[in-house]
Design a protein around this ligand. Structure first.
Ligand code: ZN
Length: 137
């Protein structure tokens, strides 16, 4: 199974409001959605460019994964998200190939997606997210 496109690029930021302002100024895009994902301890903001989105991530808790990421590496690119048609099948295939997964089962992510993360130990240090779009089109 091959992903269809890059669904979004996740960027860790300290302050969502000023990051939104900055991206609107730089790219002339409008943020179309701000959504909190309690499961991941983040508040997210989305911009759309064709099929691909920019997802800004601000931690809602001091011990959240995004807060820990910024502590270690500073603000910047946090993960790459690939769109797949069947996330469950994709995870099964990855497991069979011995790839280390953070999520063995898909869970609910922001913007109506089913998501799962692959462990950066299996991907050369890049945090990779798989997404299946559950929006009815
Ligand atoms: Zn993401």
């Amino acid at each position: 199974m091959v992903p269809t496109h890059i669904e979004h690029i996740g960027i860790a930021v300290k302050d969502l409001k000023s990051a939104i302002d900055m991206y609107e100024k730089i790219l002339g895009l409008k943020c179309y959605k701000i959504e909190e994902v309690p499961d991941q301890k983040v508040r997210t903001a989305f911009f759309r460019l064709g099929q691909t989105k920019i997802e800004l991530l601000e931690s809602t808790e001091n011990d959240g994964p995004v807060a820990r990421f910024i502590e270690k590496k500073g603000e910047g690119i946090h993960h790459l998200a690939f769109a797949v048609d069947n996330i469950k099948m994709h995870l099964e295939e990855a497991k069979e190939r011995g790839i280390r997964l953070i999520d063995e089962q898909p869970r609910k992510g922001a913007d109506c997606l089913d998501i799962a993360f692959i462990h950066p130990h299996s991907t050369g240090g890049v945090l990779i997210e798989l997404c299946e779009d559950k929006n009815v089109r």
